[in-house]
Write a protein that binds this ligand. Structure first.
Ligand code: C2O
Ligand code: CU
Ligand code: CU
Length: 517
């Protein structure tokens, strides 16, 4: 089975040019191949921004809250007047907003009413192994599974998404994405914008074919409902079938779309008060990196960042723009009070081109009172204890093409020259011990670690970058770079993964299992 996989990958990789540039002249750019939509793109800034609504628990008790989600295939009107079949959590794309509290366990019972197996992962969750969504822990069509989250972690902006082995890219693309906010007393007590002025923004790029369907360049076109052979073509034993990856050989570097969706709507528009807003920004794209700014920019810092992947920063950081790699979250305050009523403010993507250079629009509709604190008065937000790295064990994780002459990897996407093997952990990591992990990459690879967040220590031997602060679970590793992070796993023993969050790289084996012991 290794050989047939290798043969497939070797053939694929030959078709792509791998450009490796040095880090010195780094500029934000993309790794991926654009799929062009087969229909006329809608006019921008016409559709109101949908705001995901919190799911009510099906039951609550002293033991915690239980939520129920049915994963189903539905037809949605994503582009005006166009019907698109989507795979959804509960019938919407993105799925329902999950809101839970630190210290209060939550169980999410997922029923798979879709024609394909699924796996649910809470990205950023401090989750026991059997609920973490290991890529081979499939929930078959018709089956259900309760994922339990102890919620022994601080307030943060998490998200949940599909994690099915080899098909994560395709199934996320088709709609299996949602936001999960954890709240706690510390976060609640801060004078940040709330209620209708606190809004998650899930940004994704998609393309649509001439029939309005998601134009995911699947290895087996039109057969997602019937990929079969999901019983695991990995991990031992012989298998006469060729593996069927989510994306075809023309999209080995990643799938880029030409339609920007925010909360499931194309280039939407949001009427805002001339006041401060808290946006929980998630880059949910499969392969597209984003560089967000506002046009026109407000007179002072555009984005005041208050939190990162793993919750509040120690103190706010002002940014004129935000480079957001896939899966990263930025919790930011934007102040619209300096704009005139009637002003249109466009969120742009500085590394997009053509249709992807714009994200959404805000229209400042009215003056309004604001009882949130001005961002320059926010002061200290939280306390982040720096992990003590003295005497820490170091591990190197190399993200790149494998060695073409090696039998084990071919020239697939690999971690340490190895293809993902769910049965073979690449590391055994003792709970409670701080380790220094070095992520080295050949090109853009947003590296994500399950179970616990990390602290970025350095980027290419220098200080951390503007977007590396706080507790992170995903870090954008740029071409030729090495990023050092301090990580410490606690509480949960078992198997987990780290991987590239370019989903086409992940599906093509750029993932490693590790075991906490
Ligand atoms: Cu967001 Cu392992 O995934
Ligand atoms: Cu994750
Ligand atoms: Cu990658």
């Amino acid at each position: 089975m290794r050989l047939s996989r290798r043969a497939l990958l070797a053939g694929a990789a030959g078709a792509t040019g791998l450009a490796v540039s040095g880090c010195s002249d780094w500029s934000p750019s993309q790794t991926g191949e654009l799929v062009k939509s087969g229909l006329e793109l809608p006019k921008r800034f016409q559709v109101p921004l949908p705001v995901p609504q919190p799911l009510r628990p099906a039951s609550t008790s002293a033991a915690g809250d239980v939520f129920e989600i049915v994963q189903r295939e539905v037809e949605l009107e994503i582009l005006p007047g166009v019907r698109t079949t989507a795979l959804t959590y509960g019938g919407t794309f993105p799925g329902p907003l999950l809101e839970t509290r630190t210290g209060r366990p939550a169980t999410i019972k997922h029923r798979n009413a879709m024609p394909v197996p699924s796996v649910v992962h809470l990205h950023g969750g401090h989750t026991p192994s059997d609920s973490d969504g290991f890529p081979t822990d499939l929930v078959e069509p018709g089956a259900d599974r309760s994922y339990t989250y102890p919620m022994t972690q601080r307030a943060s902006t998490l998200w949940y998404h599909d994690h099915r082995m080899d098909f994560t890219g395709e199934q996320v693309y088709r709609g299996l994405v949602g936001v999960h906010l954890i709240r706690d007393d510390e976060d609640d007590a801060l004078p940040l914008p709330k209620d209708e002025r606190e809004i998650p923004l899930v940004i994704v790029d998609r393309s649509f074919d001439e029939h309005g369907q998601f134009a995911y360049p699947a290895a087996v076109p039109g057969r997602y409902a019937d990929h079969g052979d999901h019983s695991g073509h990995h991990g031992g034993g012989s298998n006469s079938r060729d593996p069927q990856f989510g994306a075809d050989d023309g999209h080995v570097e990643g799938v880029l779309g030409d339609v920007i969706l925010v909360n499931g709507a194309p280039w939407p528009v949001l009427e805002v008060d001339a006041a401060r807003y808290r946006f929980r920004i998630l880059n949910g794209c499969n392969a597209r990196r984003l560089d967000l700014a506002l046009d026109p920019a407000p007179p002072r810092r555009t984005f005041v960042q208050v939190g990162s992947d793993g919750g509040l920063l120690e103190k706010p950081i002002g940014h004129d723009h935000l480079v957001v790699a896939q899966a990263e979250r930025f919790d930011v305050v934007v102040d619209f009070s300096s704009y005139d009523v009637g002003q249109e403010v466009t969120m742009v993507n500085r590394i997009g081109s053509g249709s992807t250079a714009q994200i959404m629009r805000f229209v400042v509709a009215r003056k309004a009172t604001d009882d949130s604190a001005p961002t320059d008065k926010l002061g200290r937000l939280s306390t982040i204890e720096p992990l003590d790295t003295s005497g820490a064990r170091r591990r190197l994780w190399k993200f790149g093409k494998g060695d073409p002459s090696s039998d084990s990897s071919g020239d697939a996407w690999t971690v340490n020259n190895k293809l993902f093997d769910p049965e073979e952990p690449q590391a055994r990591v003792p709970l409670g011990e701080v380790e220094i992990w070095r992520f080295r990459s050949d090109m853009f690879h947003p590296v994500h670690v399950h179970l616990d967040p990390f602290q970025v220590l350095s980027r290419h031997g220098k200080e951390l970058g503007d977007f590396d602060h706080g507790w992170k679970d995903t870090v954008d590793v740029r071409p030729g770079e090495e990023v050092e992070v301090a990580v410490r796993f606690t509480q949960h023993r078992g198997r987990y993964v780290l991987h590239c969050h370019n989903l086409e790289h992940e599906d093509r084996m750029m993932m490693a299992a590790f075991e906490t012991v």
